[in-house]
Design a protein around this ligand. Sequence first.
Ligand SMILES: [Zn+2]
Length: 196
Amino acid sequence: MASAFSHAFVALVLGKASRHPIMTWQVLFLGMACSIVPDLDVIGFSFGIRYGDLWGHRGLTHSIFFACLLSALLVRVWYWRTSSSAKATLFIYFFSCTASHGVLDAMTNGGLGVAFFSPFDTSRYFFTYRPVAVSPIGIGDFFTGEAFRILASEATWIWLPTLVLFLLLRGFQQMWLWRPSQTSHRPREPGESAKD
Ligand SMILES: [Zn+2]
């Protein structure tokens, strides 16, 4: 796993990148929770579930299918009264936060790969280039271990690229999506219809 800090950081920045009015702090906190939830699968170790099993660590909860399911559920339960555009934005956001977890894990240099296509294909996958130092599963082990080395690796390979993505997404919206209409506030020409 990458550390929970980095997973949550990516979710927060992704949320802040969107300028849709639905992106409140409540939504951002849910997004950060989505980015960490996949690692709850470590509970399975206490029940004898092995790392490589369907429900093992980096298994089903790290899949694209799980990200779809969790996002749809959140939108259905908490945001069913919102507009279609808000629902679509929220689904994409929650999905991106949850799916980003597996993507980051697949960039780490330890453990088993990520079951991106579970439950349909339970093979484990890593990216070919894995520059992120793997983080210990327990938070205690994280701080007693090589916390600085891990955070430095994540700052380089996760935080910085995420901030670049933030700037790109903001720039894209500034240019294409949220540009105020050039015609809406111009003075009306003499004889021009008031109903256009
Ligand atoms: Zn994980």
